[in-house]
Design a protein around this ligand. Structure first.
Ligand SMILES: C[S@@+](CC[C@H](N)C(=O)[O-])C[C@H]1O[C@@H](n2cnc3c(N)ncnc32)[C@H](O)[C@@H]1O
Length: 215
């Protein structure tokens, strides 16, 4: 039986349009490693993935998942750290070169001591992500307004994203408008190609712009 995709699956679907073998990618909230393993598979042996989580057990879970899914773990750097300091964990040569950055906010399912993402550190990490992205790159954020503290975090991110300069960034929002239990929201932020930044309109978005940069 068919059902609509979860927003995490929707994020994966978008990312498959962006990533190719050899690309650089960041998972800013590694959690149980689903997104990291997915990024590792898409970027392959020639690519590199930086996976970050503040909870050490999350990175253990991520390492286990990479092994069990036989994802190319040699090409994944697992870092215990706060994404509020994201830039400090990223090699200098990655700045402006990262093809995809994923955030899945909230807490790690099945964690004994779940640590939730927080508004101030999340906003800081998102701001840093913009300068790490390559031209044409993609940032995805799955947000959980139904979690305690998640509503203010979601509201702040929506305000932040809505204020981004539309000559440089395109922001898309995916949500479930008739679900009453404050369901998740997915944001996708595309760093427009330099050649598009001076363009007169946004037809490319409507017509299905080829998202991949010619770099
Ligand atoms: C919903 S889970 C992520 C799920 C994960 N992407 C996956 O595919 O399984 C959110 C994660 O964010 C982590 N987290 C919370 N605050 C953080 C911070 N300041 N820096 C980095 N990670 C953080 C939590 O420890 C948790 O593992």
């Amino acid at each position: 039986m068919r059902s609509l995709p979860r927003l995490t699956e929707m994020a994966h679907w978008l990312v498959t349009k962006w990533l190719r073998p050899g690309d650089l990618a960041i998972d800013a909230t590694a959690g149980n490693g689903h997104d990291t393993a997915f990024l590792a598979r898409l970027t392959g042996q020639e690519g590199l993935v930086l996976a970050l989580d503040i909870e050490p057990a999350a990175l253990e879970a991520t390492a286990r998942r990479l092994a069990s899914e036989q994802a190319p773990a040699d090409h994944v750097r697992l870092v215990i750290g706060d994404h509020a300091r994201l830039e400090s964990y990223v090699p200098a040569e990655w700045f402006g070169q990262v093809r995809v950055i994923m955030f899945n906010l909230g807490y790690r399912p099945h964690s004994n001591w779940p640590i939730k993402t927080r508004l101030v550190s999340t906003l800081s990490a998102l701001g840093q992500s913009l300068s790490l992205l390559a031209d044409g790159g993609l940032l995805t954020i799955v947000m959980y307004p139904g979690h305690e503290g998640g509503e203010s975090e979601t509201t702040a991110i929506l305000e932040w994203a809505s204020a981004l300069d539309d000559t440089l960034w395109h922001v898309a929002r995916y949500d479930l408008p008739n679900i009453r239990s404050r369901p998740p929201i997915l944001l996708a932020i595309h760093k427009r190609l330099r050649k598009d930044a001076t363009g007169p309109d946004h037809d490319a978005l409507i017509d299905g712009e080829e998202p991949r940069a010619a770099i």
